[in-house]
Design a protein around this ligand. Structure first.
Ligand code: ADP
Ligand code: MG
Length: 909
């Protein structure tokens, strides 16, 4: 079963120039004009169009044009925001790694899947995505998940000679394939061309936004209609009543809501990607912010996944190994007998692996699974040959068995003879009858492997020793206590029939892997990542609970957990649990796990799924990491499935919402921080925008309640200028606010965007504050113009100056509001002025627009306003300190009395 040498590097280059990259043609989105049309034709836009048409019919052409301008400006604004968001997500998709093991010029290397060319020989193992259409040259226990193509989710067995389609996944087994078609010529590309893409289902955020939009739309239409009636009852002419109705409706419609939310999410996603956290859908940004529980695996996420075998225990004695990295050089300490036994064991373990080591510019690197690479290094360090023994057959690792085995010819080649190297038998390996005696070598988790052993012995014969199991367990425990990952290695003689059946692919691993003789244990060191301890502290501060969920040995897991500060000292219920002993009942399970710093060891993918469900049932928003072939369901079930960009399987990456490009646990915390920041920004934007609505609506209410005796402070056109003029940029700038320093020191926030505390702040604090200055400015200027309450309505020129004062008060109040909204807890003057550069620019533009609207004669005339006298300006200017101070008082009171808490109250027991 020697693997072919593959194409020569030179040929590869030429072919790549000829056929191009192995990537699917870019999905053609809808053409730009269709997207623009959609922005001009959605629900709010249609409402506004209808209003415009009615305005024209009613003979109010100015208003009609103004509304048309609103729709168009908003449509363009939304269009460009959506385009920016789409570009950002497209960039993110390109970051998703797709690596594949390929044989070229007789060497195995890892390349980007896009670099494959027809004729390339690729090595695939369980969990890999088939990178292109190919024919299988070798296959052992191979099944493919072809649901991508067929929709059928049952994995189908595939054999040598069968074809595999690009885009499918290897569900189990190993294979070697020769690429037959790449890129656009694959079946997947063909299918993609034929089928039109289905719309993705609505996410929780979509639903939440729809909820908000429906509420606001209903409110605005109802209020608009009410004003129409009220105004008619007061005795206004039909046209006037109508004008008010439109004004009210337009004032309340949050035109920019959807695109701004999308853009905030996209900006959040971009910031995350700069910190190596790649979200696969924008909504995950928001969900990340509400994470309350993180279930993380150990290897690679909490640790560096740079393994080295530091100790080998054998029945003949112990060997200590000290080397650097994956280099084959090392100092070895132990008796001759122990070294010899360790050498055989290492050779056998290496045969039952795929991972290898490779020298690159004088540096030794791991190719494939780092633990298996460490085994290759160990074999070399103990005097093994450079090349790996080539097995007659093998049974790949899976998460259920937690072991892997290889059939080796024992004469001539294997660890107990000398050469598995005549395995270059190539294609005729299957046809040649296996006559020589053979050995089965198994490596795997001691807890499963020891149970399959009938004795131990350094040479493969079970020694006459009753206490062997006790000593093996003691040795395992002792290695694990040092935080070492322990691997057991065992072997047994095979009958000719068994070997022949295995070589022909007609044998079952579970049947063969028994009656074994334990050859020894390997202790592998995998140092924790340096940033992890700090990240765990941060997560705790942020009110997030963490559990380690690992397939590893409980003692090893606990030792590592202690080292990184995850495992608490812990009184009461045990903190180190085992997958098999988790309670069946989801409620009991949830109660048992709902603590910080729990370690769940020896876990299977199915148990991970149960853990996710049990925690969710307790109200948690669960982030769960996974890297295995069968982790897909758990990752999908979790609120945030997290996969690794470097290690781990393509299957896991495909099921994940978040991919850690650097595999680092600390990156999850960074992503949570960004998620919270984005969520907070959307709330900031909403607060800002809705406050303006209060200021816009109040003049109509006052006017209606006074039965028309108190003049209208703001006209419809002025409202439109606020909505699509002065407000637009500050709102956008708030969506890009950086995470505030405290974002990770607070408990997680509740999930509704528009909740009670936001409403209170808008309708009881910020809104009324702005209104006070708006109406005061208006009334005082009227008074100065000679108007008295109960007196006749003043002349239009006076109303215009008063209206100008009210307009200025709202604009300046909104300016202060923007700064107030930058923080939900700290007074505006405590924030650094330049902390949000974009907001500074936005405010300059806002002031410039105010000047134009007020002082540019013709413009001001159309709007129905004029520059107010000094008193009006002073009151308008007072809106700035007024809003800021009022808001600060509210913040202080809330802190003091805990009003308007937005915190998720976690269930306690
Ligand atoms: P983790 O949660 O630390 O990533 P895994 O689920 O990857 O743990 O591994 C669980 C156990 O299975 C390991 O402790 C080891 O004993 C065994 N194991 C892992 N990978 C292999 C392999 N390639 N071959 C044999 N045994 C393995
Ligand atoms: Mg693992």
């Amino acid at each position: 079963m020697a693997v072919p040498d593959g194409l020569d590097d030179g040929v590869v280059e030429r072919l790549r120039d000829q056929v191009g990259a192995n990537s699917l043609p870019r999905e053609k989105g809808r053409p730009w004009w269709l997207r623009l049309a959609a922005e001009l034709g959605h629900f709010f836009a249609l409402m506004l169009w209808a209003a415009a048409v009615l305005a024209f019919i009613a003979g109010m052409a100015e208003l009609g044009w103004a509304i048309v301008a609103v729709v168009v400006v908003n449509g363009l604004f939304a269009f460009f925001q959506e385009a920016r968001a789409e570009r950002a997500s497209a960039k993110l998709r390109e970051l998703l790694p797709a690596n594949v093991q390929v044989r070229r010029s007789g060497r195995t290397t890892v390349v980007d899947a896009a670099e494959l060319v027809p004729g390339d020989v690729v090595l695939l193992t369980a969990g890999d995505r088939v990178p292109a259409d190919l024919d299988f040259l070798q296959a052992s226990g191979l099944t493919l998940d072809e649901s991508m193509l067929t929709g059928e989710s049952v994995a189908v067995p595939r054999e040598v000679g069968d074809a595999g389609a690009g885009g499918t996944f290897v569900a189990a087994g190993d294979a070697v394939g020769r690429v037959t078609a790449t890129g656009e010529r694959t079946r997947l590309a063909e299918i993609a061309r034929l089928t039109t893409r289905a719309e993705p289902p609505a996410s929780p955020l979509d639903l939440e936004l729809r909820r908000i939009v429906t509420i606001i739309a209903t409110v605005s239409v109802t209020v608009g209609a009410a004003f129409f009636l009220a105004s008619l009852l007061i005795g206004n002419p039909l046209a006037g009543a109508f004008l008010f109705a439109i004004g009210v409706t337009v004032a309340l419609v949050p035109e920019g809501l959807l695109p701004t939310v999308t853009l905030s999410l996209a900006m959040g996603a971009q910031r995350m990607s700069r910190r190596h956290a790649l979200v696969r859908n924008l909504q995950a940004v928001e969900t990340l912010g509400s994470t309350t529980f993180i279930c993380t695996d150990k290897t690679g996420t909490l640790t560096q996944n740079r393994m080295s075998a530091v100790e080998v225990w054998t029945p003949a004695g112990t060997v200590a190994i000290e080397g650097t990295g994956y280099s084959p050089d090392a100092s070895v300490d132990g008796t001759d007998a122990a070294r010899e036994a360790a050498g055989r064991l290492a050779r056998g373990a290496r045969a039952a692996s795929q991972g290898e080591i490779e020298e690159h510019d004088g540096e030794w690197r791991a190719v494939g699974d780092p633990m298996e690479a460490a085994l290759a290094a160990l074999d070399r360090r103990l005097g093994g040959a450079a090349a790996r023994p080539v097995p007659l057959a093998g049974f790949a690792f899976d998460d259920e068995r937690k072991r892997q085995s290889a059939v080796l010819r024992s004469g001539g080649g294997g660890p107990d003879g000398v050469s598995g190297l005549d395995g270059e038998s190539g294609p005729d390996a299957e046809s040649r009858p296996v006559r020589e005696s053979a050995e089965l070598w198994v490596k795997g988790a001691p807890e499963t492997l020891l149970a399959l052993c009938i004795g131990s012995g350094a040479t493969g014969e079970a020694a006459d020793d009753d206490a062997w199991r006790l000593s093996a367990h003691a040795a395992t425990e002792q290695l694990a206590q040092r935080g070492l990952r322990v691997l057991a290695v065992a072997s047994r003689e095979m009958s000719d029939d068994e070997a022949a059946a295995a070589a022909g692919g007609g044998a079952d691993a579970v049947v063969l892997e028994r009656g074994l003789v334990l050859r020894g244990l390997i202790g592998l060191h995998d140092p924790p990542r340096p940033a992890v301890a700090g990240a765990i502290r941060q997560a705790r501060e942020a009110g997030i609970r963490i559990a380690m969920v690992t397939g590893d040995h409980p003692v090893t897991a606990a030792a590592i957990a202690r080292e990184i500060g995850l495992l608490g000292p812990g009184a009461g219920a045990p903190r180190v649990l085992e997958g098999a002993s988790l309670p069946e009942d989801p409620q009991v399970l949830g109660a048992l796990l709902d603590r910080d710093g729990v370690v769940i060891s020896r876990v299977t993918p199915e148990q991970k799924l149960r853990v996710a469900h049990a925690l969710q049932a307790r109200g948690h928003c669960v982030a769960m990491t996974g890297d295995g072939v069968n982790d897909g369901p758990a990752l999908e079930a979790a609120d945030i499935g997290v996969a690794m960009g470097r290690s781990g399987t393509d299957v896991a990456r495909n099921a994940a919402d978040l991919v850690l490009l650097d595999d680092d646990f600390a990156t999850i915390i960074v992503a949570v921080e960004q998620g919270r920041a984005t969520y907070a920004n959307i709330r900031r934007y909403l607060t800002y925008h809705l406050t303006d609505n209060v200021a816009e609506l109040t003049p109509f209410v006052v006017w209606a309640l006074s039965a028309g005796h108190f003049p209208l402070a703001l006209g419809v056109l002025q409202i439109l200028c606020l909505d699509i003029g002065t407000d637009l940029l500050p709102a956008l700038a708030l969506g890009g606010e950086k995470p505030s320093a405290g974002v990770l020191t607070r408990p997680p926030e509740r999930r509704h965007l528009m909740d009670g505390s936001l409403m209170f702040r808008v309708f009881a604090v910020l809104g009324p504050l702005e209104v006070v200055f708006e109406m005061a400015a208006f009334a005082v200027v009227l008074w100065l113009g000679g108007w008295r309450p109960g007196g006749p309505v003043p002349v239009p020129a006076v109303i215009a100056t008063a209206s100008g004062a009210a307009f200025a008060a709202v604009v300046l109040g909104q300016l202060a509001n923007a700064y107030a909204c930058r923080s939900a807890s700290r007074p505006a003057w405590r924030l650094s002025w330049a902390g949000n550069r974009m907001l500074l620019w936005a405010i300059l533009v806002e002031l410039a627009l105010l000047a134009v609207f007020l002082f540019a004669g013709p413009v001001a005339d159309v709007l129905g306003q004029a520059p107010p006298p000094l008193a009006g300006f002073i009151i308008a200017a007072l809106a700035v300190p007024g809003v800021v101070v009022g808001d600060a008082v509210h913040k202080a009171l809330r802190r003091r009395f805990g009003r308007g808490r937005t915190h998720l109250v976690l269930p306690h027991h």
